[in-house]
Design a protein. Structure first.
Lengths: 358, 305
């Protein structure tokens, strides 16, 4: 019996099974897409540029053409000037402008509809900026030093908030495709007896392992590339991938996540328990591994905990391949090797255990 | 003399303190249908799973097609068909795809269309496995077990959980295997299944073989007689004289049974007692002994206990 025929047979059957399994397709492909759409809607195309994104109203109790001109030129917002306070207030209430600023001789009042904490802080910052501009204009100050912000990424690339998130979503996609699929393959199929049924055929365990996990890898690649495609088409992602390194990272990271799934199966025995533990761990990892926000926002203790979870390293590798993380090539190679060796070792050992006699 | 395709010698398997299989020995000749009969937990499935290579034996020898490998080999698996007690396949594959999948794992495979016709699964060939009924799933399991055109087929409780109609339909399919000259080993706890299908029957209990032979040999080993079964018109108190007859047994509420080698004589005794004690005999049935009775006599328990 040629191994290649067995390989093709298993690959085809498991590919069909995976693509027709709604739960697996959801967790592998749609689950990361849901994250992408949610965060893409929030941060899509948000780069560090000078384009004003807030419209405010200004009412001057004592009209000054110079002050009006200074405000329009210097405030980092779109500015509408109102002739009377009531019409500005109405514009705030109607949502035509985010805030109204009433400027009298010695008082600046800001009117806005109360919202969340972020809005309160934005209003406070705006008050300071307006005060600064008014004082300079009234006192006839000119800028002596000009401060220019030039965000500088690794290799000169500037990543937007969305680009940062995209690398996180790709990491989650691999975690989901690797971890849950292996729990399904070795846990559920063992429990239902599918593996026993297959093991009474003259199948070579290594052929089975290779072909069935290759299907999972393929699903992972499909998922990752759909996420990237949607990001570029719908959300104007700016990431520049070093594709060869990226493909290697998807491979090793998915294998590592498979190993992680196996580890959960070994600990929890029952596939349902391993799946629940996987879901909880995935949520936990997403928040401590610098996936959705930079790690430096985390408390010190959480940063240490993150070192024990593979998602942190996956995120790091993905960012390296897109020029967003500054790690050495040696570190990049080392993490990939550990991922590949650890993942393959765990999957191989365990598949032997699951396919062997009792 | 037919070729011996399987020979098991002093096979043992323990789970902790429990001797699941305790020194089993038997052999099967080419073309024979052997039924392994016994109650749940008797060690039937463990024995068969050790032969199939699914479980490790603690000790003993298994000879396949005249050879004694240390572990079951791929060559043996190529010649062996297996239907496990729990029929599990990839849920989202269709019947046809499932047969093609398993066929693809063997050197030699029958056409899926041929197997579909053989097992009357034509209408369901495009249905996903998860949408099949219990009977259809069992027929698929039997089809998969012969996908490689094996020399020996193991069917582990193939009709458990099926309704009588589905069971009889599957029996027909298994009888066809017999006609094709396949060696078939069926484990079952249904005595009718063993009676209908098997050339030879082995009865297991507590991990040991307690009887072996053809159906007739097993029946003769216990008694050459029949059973007279009857009810009484009064349910309060069974006459003492009846109770004293050897083998008298209450098989269910107001239903009694007496083993006999002379039906006329036994009936005459019963009617005499009824006349004397002033009650009537109702619903008299005379039936032959069956495997259930053999098991009962050998173990003192019913097969379904």
């Amino acid at each position: 019996m040629s191994k290649s025929k067995q390989f093709k047979t298993i690959f085809k059957a498991f590919a069909i099974e995976s693509l027709r399994n709604k739960l697996e397709v959801f967790f592998t492909i749609f689950f990361p897409l849901i994250f992408l759409v949610i965060f893409g809607a929030l941060y899509g195309g948000n780069t560090f540029d000078d384009t004003p994104d807030m419209r405010i109203g200004v009412y001057l109790t004592e009209y000054s053409a110079e002050l009006e001109s200074a405000l329009k030129e210097n405030l980092p917002y779109y500015v509408n000037v109102y002739d009377d306070l009531d019409s500005m207030n109405k514009a705030v209430k109607d949502g035509d402008i985010t805030a109204g600023v009433a400027i009298s001789e010695k008082k600046i009042s800001i009117l806005y509809v109360e919202g969340d904490m972020q809005k309160n802080s934005e209003m406070s910052m705006m008050g300071n900026i307006v005060e600064n501009v008014v004082e300079k204009s009234v006192n006839n100050f000119t800028d002596v030093i000009e401060v220019t912000e030039i965000p500088e990424g690794i290799d000169g690339k500037v990543a937007s908030d969305f680009d940062y998130l995209l690398s996180g979503i790709i990491s989650i996609s691999m975690l989901s495709a690797g971890m849950f699929s292996v729990i399904n393959l070795f846990g559920r199929y063992k429990k239902t007896g599918v593996l026993s049924r297959i093991s009474v055929t003259p199948i070579n365990p290594s052929t089975f392992l290779l072909s069935s996990t290759l299907v999972r890898l393929l699903m992972s690649y499909i998922s990752v590339f759909i996420v990237i495609l949607v990001s570029f088409v719908m959300f104007n992602a700016q990431l520049e991938f070093q594709w060869i390194l990226f493909i290697i990272v998807v491979l090793t990271s998915t294998i590592a996540m498979m190993g992680y799934g196996i580890l959960l199966l070994l600990i929890f025995k029952k596939p349902e328990s391993a799946e629940t533990a996987g879901s909880i761990l995935m949520t936990f990892m997403m928040f401590i591994s610098g996936i959705f926000f930079p790690e430096n926002m985390l408390p010190e203790a959480m940063k240490i905990v993150a070192y024990f979870f593979p998602l942190k390293y996956t995120g790091l590798l993905i960012r390296y391949t897109t020029g967003m993380a500054d790690i050495s090539l040696g570190t990049f190679i080392l993490i990939n090797v550990i991922f590949a060796v650890g993942g393959i070792g765990l999957v191989a050992l365990t598949s032997k255990k699951f396919l062997s006699t009792t | 003399m037919s070729e011996c395709v399987l020979k098991v010698t002093d096979l043992k398997k323990r789970y902790g303190e429990v001797r699941a299989v305790d020194g089993i020995s038997f052999e099967v000749k080419k073309g024979d249908v052997l039924a392994i009969l016994g109650p749940n937990g008797a060690g039937k499935s463990t024995t068969v799973e050790m032969i199939e290579g699914l479980r490790k034996k603690d000790s003993g020898e298994i000879e396949y097609f005249g050879e004694k490998p240390v572990h079951i080999t791929k060559e043996v698996k190529e010649r062996m068909g297996v239907q496990l007690q729990k029929s599990a396949f990839l849920d989202n594959l269709t019947v046809k795809e499932t047969l093609e999948f398993f066929g693809g794992l063997y050197k030699k495979a029958l056409k899926s269309s041929e197997l579909i016709d053989m097992m009357s699964l034509g209408e369901k060939q495009k249905s996903k496995v998860k949408n099949l009924s219990g009977g259809q799933l069992q027929r698929l399991a039997v089809a998969v077990s012969i996908v490689n055109d094996p020399d020996i087929v193991f069917l582990d409780e193939p009709t458990t959980g099926l309704d009588p109609q589905a069971r009889r339909m599957l029996w027909e399919k298994i009888e066809n295997l017999k006609v094709q000259g396949k060696t078939v080993i069926i484990t079952t706890h249904y005595m009718e299944e063993a009676e209908v299908l098997a050339d030879e029957i082995i009865i297991f209990d507590h991990g040991k073989i307690i009887a072996r032979g053809t159906l007739q040999e097993l029946l003769d080993s216990v008694s050459k007689g029949k059973y007279v079964e009857f009810s009484l018109d009064k349910v309060d108190g069974i006459p003492e004289e009846l109770k004293k007859i050897e083998g008298f047994k209450e098989i269910e509420k107001n239903r009694y049974s007496l083993p006999t080698e002379d039906v006329e004589k036994t009936l005459s005794i019963i009617f005499n007692i009824s006349h004397k004690e002033n009650f009537y005999i109702e619903n008299i049935t005379i039936r032959k002994m069956n495997l259930e009775d053999v098991f009962l006599v050998l173990t003192g328990r019913s097969l379904r206990d």
